[in-house]
Ligand binder design. Structure first.
Ligand SMILES: [Fe+2]
Length: 190
């Protein structure tokens, strides 16, 4: 069970495995894992210790756990860390049939949500548009269910450290990125 004072990344992984073992419902999985990730983010220092993160810089992507037994839609849930430069942004993208939880360990990112708008919704033709956004500060989590479209932007004014849990490692999944300028869609590579 989650105990904030002594919670570890290893215990978190076990909690996520238990969730996958107990339910096949994507929303229940994501919500349950997000609650545990929030507890993990509240523990100071665990990530620096795990990855030897320097006080400044250290940019890049780092693996924390790849699970070959559990995941959605198939085995291979992945816990990783992304250390982002100021202003770093993703394309507008989805996660295919996987869900993803974003946890901010340090800094702040803007999460914008996007969807297709159709005739009758104030557009002349079908187009991909933003319909909402929020700032995700440190020690907070946000999850995106299969099919949801979003974009992230580091708004910390410096480094942001983001811990991400993918229900199946996204390079095993077909997913898409969207260009809001010409409304084109293409398979996303990583
Ligand atoms: Fe994403």
């Amino acid at each position: 069970m989650t105990q904030t004072a002594t919670y570890t990344v290893e215990a978190f992984v076990e909690d996520v495995r238990a969730i996958f073992a107990s339910t096949e419902d994507p929303h229940a999985q994501a919500q349950g894992a997000a609650n545990h990730l929030k507890a993990l983010l509240a523990v100071p220092g665990w990530l620096e210790e795990k990855l030897n993160i320097p006080g400044e810089g250290g940019y890049g992507r780092f693996e924390l756990h790849l699970d070959e037994e559990y995941g959605l839609p198939g085995p291979g849930f992945w816990l990783m860390c992304s250390i982002q430069t100021d202003g770093q942004e993703s394309p507008v993208h989805d996660h295919g049939v996987a869900w993803v939880i974003y946890g901010v360990y340090e800094g702040a990112i803007e999460q914008s949500k996007w969807r297709w708008f159709y005739k009758g919704e104030g557009v002349e033709s079908t187009q991909i548009k933003q319909f909402g956004k929020f700032i995700q500060n440190d020690r907070t989590v946000a999850f995106f269910l299969p099919g949801e479209i979003h974009k992230t932007l580091n708004v910390a004014g410096g480094r942001s450290i983001v811990v991400r849990l993918e229900s199946q490692k996204l390079d095993r999944i077909t997913r898409y990125q969207y260009d809001p300028i010409d409304n084109s869609v293409k398979v996303m590579n990583r």
